[in-house]
Write a protein that binds this ligand. Sequence first.
Ligand SMILES: [Zn+2]
Length: 222
Amino acid sequence: MARETSNPRVIVLRCRACRAELPAAPNDVAFRCPQCGRGWEIEAGGFIERPSHWVASPAGGSQPFLYLPYWSFSVSAAVNPGRMAEADELGARDKAARFERAWIAAYSIYRPTYVGEWGLAYTRINPKWEVRSGHGPQAPGATISGVDAQNIAGHYILGEIDRKADIGSLDLDLEVGDPELWAIPCYDLGDKIRCPWTRAELAATVLDDLSEIRSAAPRRQA
Ligand SMILES: [Zn+2]
């Protein structure tokens, strides 16, 4: 007797706008259309559109690079004057006011808190990027949902402000915007990838499915 095959629910992965096929690895939950650049997330068995942006590749580099997916959020954080010691309060208010946007890596990393997650670095330094929309580079799909990333973004901001002041004594208004799907380039050095802006490096072995990422997003020459 034939073994019963599992029958996962299949949804047709085509861009709702231009009908191009979306490159999908098994764990992907959101995609950038390789043809028109729109962003789509699987939610409740259907697609919802997410704003989609990409960052221009760094000028002057001669190394091959590839694009990785990130979730990004507008951030508004404000510390209300209150019960804290004045110096702490000013420090926390300065820190809170500096955050404009948060990023969360949407690709799978092995032990991200140990090796360093580049989204947190971008959230700290808010790079002056040339940000574009629409048709652009191919990028692999996101393996975490926009809503999960939104929660992590809130924790990032709280954690950063907490380094300046005890969050327990803080009266904080924090707004994290809706998920946007971003594609951000990094250098692909074979056994590792390097961030063009922070110079941070990640060993290829800590990236889940780097070979799949490479095949979804062919390396380009800068
Ligand atoms: Zn499309």
